[in-house]
Design a protein around this ligand. Structure first.
Ligand code: NAD
Ligand code: UDP
Length: 363
């Protein structure tokens, strides 16, 4: 992200990216829980560049200090190791809650996932409860990153915000899906009962160029979801693994669009849930071919003759939704937001990012 306004003055402290100069009344104190994760760290970058004071709260379970380490030492930045299931005291204006607590590679590592399923729902429930209590005391505006998973395996297509969803409450995904549903219920409970000023973003599949250097060797440095899996497999010349018959669909948005949407939502008066996602829908089989083509194109541009990798099929994970595409009418009407990155543009940037990381030896 590069600030593009000509009329804004920026301050540069030599070893940091330039940040906008705001007067004390314009500058917000913002807490980002889960700020060291894939989405959180990009949001933190943008909030810092916009000139706000940002505190990251993270237990570094799936995130890593390296994702925001470029801000350490900046006077507007603070990082705290803390678990949101425990209460936390701070004074602030805005609060953004992003913890996810799903171990990457969930379908490949059922033991890991089952081991953490209680923690996943605890993070959603108790973490959201604690942060809503904090927002109530400080009168901070509260934004929760909910998910398209609240729609489960949807019977309505595309999914609009008034659809109540179709979730298996006892399946292996339930700790995440039901966790987010109860987090939304809590959010609206505090809104109605205590007047907490809330914003609810229902985020659809988002891909993010960032790796997390984790101490735990069981977790991948990339997020282990389909976009990064396919890119890393194709770049390494390995088989690309499609789960099931590849006919299930997803719609993929690039992180910069999501960050635009989260900030637009935070600055709006919209207290109802808002879908943030890209409406371009692909079957996973088609998507594997698209990623393979883009990886080959980038390799050719870099003077390497690519070797065509195979697409292979593996068993479908339990309760994997058959289709998913956001209806973003509400976001367009109330936030004047719509995605600006086509999937092809975003994927090319992702491929170049992962390629550079491989060359540098981080992957
Ligand atoms: P992520 O795992 O990269 O980030 C989550 C962060 O929260 C990590 O830094 C992790 O260490 C931290 N965390 C987890 N449990 C915590 C706890 N108990 N206390 C403190 N910190 C904790 O995930 P992400 O992809 O960046 O997702 C961020 C948010 O966006 C999540 O709430 C997720 O549900 C939501 N979301 C993401 C997507 C997507 O496609 N990436 C889609 C829908 C919703
Ligand atoms: N998927 C796949 N191969 C992979 C990883 C995922 O075919 O290596 C499929 C997965 O089964 C799902 C889709 O891609 O149908 C999106 O998976 P992801 O975990 O990225 O997101 P979610 O299922 O949460 O939408």
């Amino acid at each position: 992200f590069h600030p593009d306004s000509q009329s804004i003055s920026y301050t540069t402290l030599s070893r940091f990216p330039p940040v906008k100069l705001l007067s004390p009344s314009q500058r917000k104190r913002i807490l980002v829980t889960g700020g060291a994760g894939f989405v959180g760290s990009h949001l933190v970058d943008r909030l810092m560049i916009l000139g706000h004071e940002v505190t990251v709260l993270d237990n570094f379970f799936t995130g890593s200090k390296t994702t925001v380490s470029h801000w350490v030492g900046h006077p507007n930045f603070e990082m705290v190791r803390h678990d949101v299931v425990e209460p936390f005291m701070i004074e602030l204006n805005h609060l953004t809650i992003l913890p996810r607590n799903i171990p990457p590679c969930m379908p490949c590592l059922p033991s890991h996932y089952q081991f953490n399923s209680v923690k996943t729902i605890k993070t959603s429930f108790m973490g959201t409860l604690n942060m809503l209590g904090l927002a109530k005391r400080t009168k901070a505006r509260f934004l929760i990153s909910s998910t398209s998973e609240v729609y489960g395996d949807p019977e309505v297509h595309p999914q609009h915000e008034d659809y109540w969803g179709h979730v298996n409450p006892i399946g292996p995904r339930a700790c995440y899906d039901e966790g987010k549903r109860v987090a939304e219920t809590l959010t609206y409970g505090f809104h109605r009962q205590d007047g907490v000023d809330v914003r609810v973003a229902r985020i659809f599949n988002t891909y993010v160029p960032r790796i997390c250097i984790l101490i735990s060797s069981t977790v991948n440095p990339f997020d282990g979801r389909v976009v990064s899996n396919f890119i890393v497999q194709a770049l390494r010349g390995e088989d690309m693994t499609v789960y099931g018959d590849g006919k299930q669909t997803r719609s993929f948005q690039y992180i910069h669009d999501l960050v635009d949407g989260l900030i637009a939502l935070m600055n709006s008066d919209e207290t109802r849930p808002v879908n943030l996602g890209n409406g371009d829908e692909f079957t996973i089989g088609e998507f594997a071919e698209l990623v393979r083509d883009i990886v080959e194109k980038v390799q050719r541009e870099d003077g390497v003759e690519p070797r065509r990798v195979n697409i292979i099929y593996k068993p479908m994970p339990t309760d994997d939704p058959q289709k998913r595409r956001p209806d973003t009418t509400r976001a367009k009407q109330t936030l004047q937001w719509e995605p600006r990155w086509t999937v092809r543009m975003g994927l090319e940037e992702m491929v170049r990012y992962y390629k550079a990381k491989m060359v540098e030896g981080s992957l």
